[in-house]
Design a protein around this ligand. Structure first.
Ligand code: ADP
Ligand code: MG
Length: 512
């Protein structure tokens, strides 16, 4: 447990931190901030929802100090894999840098370039960007990266994944070698760690948790059903989403077409649900997310575009409609709940055809989620009518078609693919050409989606496991008692008093 005042931050930055209501630094903050302030490179790993954003933003603000912004020459660059995450990081930056003269610009695709260019011309200290739009603006001569003193790569393992690596390599080459570089993520597969060596100089590796360790605040359930039929899966999903304690939740699907179908199906059955994925218009993506954040929308049905980094403090549940093909994605998906010491629940629907993917997830997280049985559903009698064109592979959205699997597993040695493939930013999350995409696509007639569900009885929900450590509520909620009442999942189990929440306590492993 470390007070922020002991980390070497400036008085101005400490004041901004105090204004947010935080008193103790989380383990990743306590460990990474002094190292970053000393100008060293950092590879920081910590569970989802444990404050990695402040761990890089606060030292960045102090390192940039009182220097001056020059037109088109930013001094720091933060890269994130999705537009929504970049936007959120920018909001954090604005909050922490409010007492300084530092200026910033958010460069993301899907929105007009005009305002972004105007800001760049005026000169900004910090760019917070998705790689695609950053490179677009660079190619148009609107930015020079030769003045970059500090680079942050959030969700670093994702950014070094195949969809992004060519753009990331290119961006790094445009920055001066003497820059300071910080990488952060909750997951860091060994093959990606190897890639980090080409970007980091003698980094300090800081592990506030083992890579891919799921947050302690999330109670995880596996819900096995005997049928892989989409209609059976949707029936199971409704039984889960309809549980009494679901205040709000995110349903993750592997494919964008499935996101649309599931959202539509939930709506037809009276749930307040809306889809979000990379094929939707950016303004709609932003609006849907804002509605979900504000509590206006109860169920967000999402592709992996929403799996990384998004910090919506009060998400009570995450539902994996599909088992993620990439085990790391599971950790990020469920990490949308149980943030900043709050409690959350995560359910994963598992069908007989998911055994392989499930194995990978269980091996990665090194724990066994509780098994939950859905009673009273006659899965054998539930059948979806397949569309004829499915058999021929038609009727899929373009992005759902299987993509070529690269021959080599060595991501770094791949031919640049970003220019031939969609831009990396467009390739974000489900947009990225990943190694083992799902080759199946099952479409349903909208009319079938709308058919009435059999009545389902769900066995009494097992009590959420009590947290092993006393926890404290999130500071933001302390200011909103009326909201606290509505959050039995998180708050009722709190009673943290002066106790320190587990997410502030985890021991940290350093290695140089
Ligand atoms: P991560 O990037 O590790 O997933 P975030 O940076 O998004 O986590 O932070 C998760 C939540 O924790 C945010 O809502 C943030 O405001 C809150 N938070 C960050 N640092 C602290 C702290 N020291 N004390 C309490 N809450 C914090
Ligand atoms: Mg984060």
């Amino acid at each position: 447990m470390t007070e922020f005042t002991k980390l070497g931050l400036s008085a101005t930055t400490l004041k901004a931190v105090a204004d947010t209501g935080y008193t103790e630094a989380t383990p990743i903050q306590a460990s990474a901030i002094p190292v970053a302030l000393a100008g060293r490179d950092v590879l920081g790993i910590a569970q989802t929802g444990t404050g990695k954003t402040a761990a890089f933003t606060l030292p960045m603000i102090d390192r940039l100090g009182s220097g001056r912004a020059r037109a088109r020459m930013p001094r720091a660059l933060v890269l994130a894999p999705t537009r929504e995450l970049a936007d959120q990081v920018a909001e954090n930056f604005a909050k922490y840098a409010k007492g300084t003269k530092l200026s910033w610009a958010l460069l993301i695709g899907g929105v007009s370039m005009g305002d972004q260019v105007a800001l760049l011309n005026k000169g900004v200290d910090v760019l917070i960007a998705t790689p695609g739009r950053l490179l677009d603006l660079f190619e148009r001569g609107k930015i020079l990266l030769t003045g970059v003193e500090m680079m942050v790569i959030d969700e670093a393992d994702r950014m070094l994944d195949m969809g992004f690596i060519p753009d990331i390599e290119r961006i790094f080459k445009l920055t001066p070698p003497r820059r300071q570089t910080l990488f952060f993520s909750a997951t860091m597969p060994p093959e990606i760690t190897r890639l980090t060596t080409q970007f980091l100089k003698d980094p300090t590796r800081i592990e506030a948790s083992r890579p891919a360790m799921t947050a302690d605040t999330i109670t995880q359930y596996v819900v096995r059903i005997p049928s892989s039929d989409p209609k059976a899966k949707r029936t199971a999903l409704r039984a889960l989403v309809g549980r009494e304690d679901v205040k709000n939740g995110i349903v993750f699907c592997n494919r964008k077409s499935e996101v649309d179908i599931v959202a539509k199906s939930l709506k037809t059955h009276g749930f307040d649900a809306a889809p979000i994925h990379g094929d939707l218009d950016q303004s709609l993506r932003m609006k849907t997310l804002a509605d979900f954040r504000s509590g206006e929308l109860k169920i967000l049905v999402a592709s992996d575009v929403a799996a990384r980094g998004l910090d919506i403090p009060d998400v009570s549940h995450v539902f994996n409609y599909d088992v993620s093909h990439h085990a790391d994605d599971y950790v990020h998906r469920i990490g949308r709940t149980g943030r900043a010491g709050k409690l959350g629940q995560a359910f994963m629907i598992v069908t007989p055809s998911d055994d392989k993917s499930l194995d990978k997830v269980l091996k990665l997280i090194k724990m066994d989620p509780q098994e939950l049985t859905l009673e009273g559903i006659d899965f054998a009698s539930i059948k979806d009518r397949p569309r004829t064109e499915d058999a021929k592979g038609r009727g899929r959205s373009r992005s759902d078609r299987p993509r070529p699997i690269p021959k080599s597993d060595n991501v770094a040695s791949m031919e640049p693919i970003a220019r031939a493939a969609p831009k990396a930013e467009e390739a974000a999350s489900e947009e990225a050409p990943r190694r083992s995409r799902s080759r199946r696509s099952t479409r349903t007639e909208a009319s079938e989606v709308a058919t009435a569900a059999p009545t389902v009885a769900v066995e009494a929900a097992p009590a959420t496991a009590e947290p092993q450590q006393p926890r404290r509520e999130h500071a933001r909620d302390a200011k909103k008692p009326e909201q606290r009442k509505e959050q039995p999942v998180q708050a009722a189990r709190g009673g943290f008093g002066d106790d320190v929440p587990a997410f502030l306590r985890r021991p940290v492993i350093f290695s140089d």
